[in-house]
Ligand binder design. Structure first.
Ligand SMILES: CC(C)(COP(=O)(O)OP(=O)(O)OC[C@H]1O[C@@H](n2cnc3c(N)ncnc32)[C@H](O)[C@@H]1OP(=O)(O)O)[C@@H](O)C(=O)NCCC(=O)NCCS
Length: 361
């Protein structure tokens, strides 16, 4: 029987066993498994056992181009003896319908092996930029004199720095504090004359051991934190720094701007795999982003949406609607075709929301 609720011990056990091979992994995800967590789990239970489950979490994302409510899905797992019975497929479908009912435009998830999800309608969406810093750069970074490991009492200052990001998920101060206390993560802060003015998070659980996946604050102070990460982890030859993908004319004083200016190599990446859950919300978002919303019309034709403008009509599937809004690597090719066929303009699209490393479930 399918159930949606808080994570019962049997669900935690299943996920720990399948995804980590050991107990305790739930401490990495307090937004799902914590006492006051907003996240929920969808599970398939039979004869008192949990055979398959996944976690879900609703997140409101903000970015300068607009905002979107998205549903995160994580920790999809089926007990080894129960695989191939269609359980994960049913759990995933229920997770999607729950998130759709809670107003999520699309579901997002991360997978090492994408095949299971692409067969179930998921496509690559959104953008990020991954910088690769080689250890040979260490002498050119600022001295990490005022950098120290974060203490629990720094959480409020760190949350304030997090909130300065234009591209982020809305999360509470308590959630940030709980996430910072997760296992397998090194959080460093830089203490300036007015208190903490930068932080970096390296590693999370068993993952991202050479990746600064979340950071915030003043750029020089951040570079000092990065130097300290190199000094602490002598085994790291290349340190990866995840960042939102900015346009070429973005603030040159920001950390990505400074890294780009210094010639640090980077690669544009995707944000996640995504599936459109609410076409109605996607059409509203498209209309809102259209320069002339009064000349934007939509009708349904079989499996397709017909998008009409002054110059003509373009047909789009659900997946294409999602691509217009959250194009992989912010590529405007699909939007240019839409604009060409319809004569409509969507200058603010695609949206480029970003999920920092602490947000994944
Ligand atoms: C992936 C997983 C959740 C599938 O669970 P399941 O209950 O067996 O899934 P279903 O029975 O609904 O679907 C089985 C289908 O998925 C396919 N499949 C299973 N694992 C797959 C994988 N890694 N890549 C591609 N396809 C896969 C099966 O071949 C089968 O295909 P079919 O529907 O065309 O016959 C399960 O194998 C598992 O727990 N794996 C380990 C944990 C994991 O990788 N989780 C996902 C990371 S977020």
């Amino acid at each position: 029987m399918l159930e949606v609720g808080r994570a019962a011990p049997a669900v935690r056990e299943l996920m720990s066993e399948v995804l980590r091979g050991k107990p305790g992994f739930e401490h990495e995800y307090p937004t799902v498994f914590g006492d006051r967590a907003r996240g929920r789990v969808v599970s398939w239970n039979e004869d008192g056992r949990t055979d398959s489950a996944c976690a879900i979490l609703v997140r409101d994302l903000r970015c300068p181009e607009g905002s979107a409510r998205l549903g995160l899905i994580g920790s999809v797992a089926t007990a080894e003896a129960q695989r191939g019975r269609g359980l994960a497929t049913r759990v995933l479908e229920r997770a999607e319908s729950e998130l759709a009912a809670r107003g999520c435009l699309a579901s997002l998830l991360w997978a090492d092996d994408e095949a299971f999800y692409t067969a179930r309608g998921y496509t690559r969406v959104g953008a990020e930029e991954d910088f690769m810093l080689d250890r040979v750069l260490r002498p050119y970074l600022p001295t990490p004199r005022s950098v120290r490991p974060a203490r629990a009492t720094d959480a409020a200052a760190i949350h304030r720095l997090y909130r300065q990001h234009e591209r982020r998920a809305l999360r509470s101060r308590r959630e940030t504090a709980e996430l910072l206390a997760g296992p397998g993560m090194r959080v460093l802060v830089h203490g300036g004359p007015r208190g903490v003015d930068a932080y970096t998070c390296l590693g999370r659980g068993g993952d991202l051991s050479a990746v600064v996946h979340e950071w915030g604050g003043e750029t020089e102070a951040l570079l000092a934190c990065i130097a300290a990460n190199f000094d602490e982890r002598q085994s790291i030859e290349t340190l990866f720094v995840m960042a939102p993908l900015e346009t070429a004319d973005a603030d040159a004083r920001s950390l990505p701007g400074r890294l780009r200016e210094a010639g640090i190599p980077s690669a544009p990446g995707i944000l996640a795999l995504g599936r459109l859950l609410r076409p109605d919300l996607a059409l509203t978002a498209l209309r809102r982003a259209c320069e002339t919303p009064q000349s934007f019309g939509t009708t349904r034709h079989g499996e397709c949406w017909m998008l009409c403008g002054p110059a003509g009509t373009a047909a789009a599937s659900d997946a294409e609607l999602l691509t217009f809004l959250l194009a992989p690597r912010a590529d405007r090719t699909a939007l240019l075709q839409l604009e060409g066929r319809t004569g409509l303009a969507f200058p603010r699209l695609p949206l480029r929301p970003f999920l920092w490393g602490l947000d994944s479930i």
